[in-house]
Design a protein around this ligand. Structure first.
Ligand code: S3P
Length: 165
């Protein structure tokens, strides 16, 4: 992959941003988070974007954000929003895709109230669980590598091993 990007996918709360930030530091490279980018472009929080414009508009923003990444971003660790691979299935065109897989019950244990509040699609736990079941297969299908993210340090080491191959 000529862009040398590492793209982290996974469900909300699976640790993409935490791992991405740490990984980028260890690889001495850059880090991007598509949610943060969109919030910066729009000067609005994701929850406000969903409330004011709706999910469809947010997906358009994600697509635009991905187009920019594909064209202009290189040598960067990128954490993408949990829905991005579903709505932008050509994700592999922008880098090596690594799915950080975490069981839904573990995600629930990790999420605190603040984390849930930020995420419009996590307001109803049963609906989030259904979404997880559907998406897990999509993440797997679109990934170059799947890592069971149980331990932050081990996950980072595994990604480094993959990238050094
Ligand atoms: C979403 C995940 C969120 C954010 C938005 C929608 C989703 O990102 O993009 O709330 O559809 O799964 P995180 O995966 O970083 O929580």
């Amino acid at each position: 992959m000529s862009s040398n990007n590492i793209i982290l996918t996974g469900f909300m709360g699976s640790g993409k941003s935490t791992i991405g930030r740490r990984l980028a530091k260890e690889l001495d490279t850059y880090f991007l988070d598509t949610d943060v980018l969109i919030e910066t472009f729009e000067n609005m929080k994701i929850s406000d974007i969903f409330e004011k414009f709706g999910e469809e508009k947010f997906r358009e923003m994600e697509k635009r954000c991905f187009e920019w990444i594909k064209k202009d971003v290189k040598n960067t660790v990128i954490s993408v929003g949990g829905g991005l691979p579903v709505f932008v299935p050509e994700i592999k065109e922008a880098g090596v895709v690594i799915y950080l897989k975490v069981p839904f019950e573990d995600i629930l244990k990790r999420m605190n109230k603040e984390e849930i509040k930020k995420r419009p699609l996590f307001q109803d736990i049963e609906k989030a669980r259904e979404l997880f079941e559907k998406r897990d297969k999509i993440y797997e299908k679109l990934a170059d590598y799947i890592i069971e993210n149980k331990d932050l340090n081990k996950t980072i080491e595994k990604i480094k091993e993959i990238m050094c191959k």
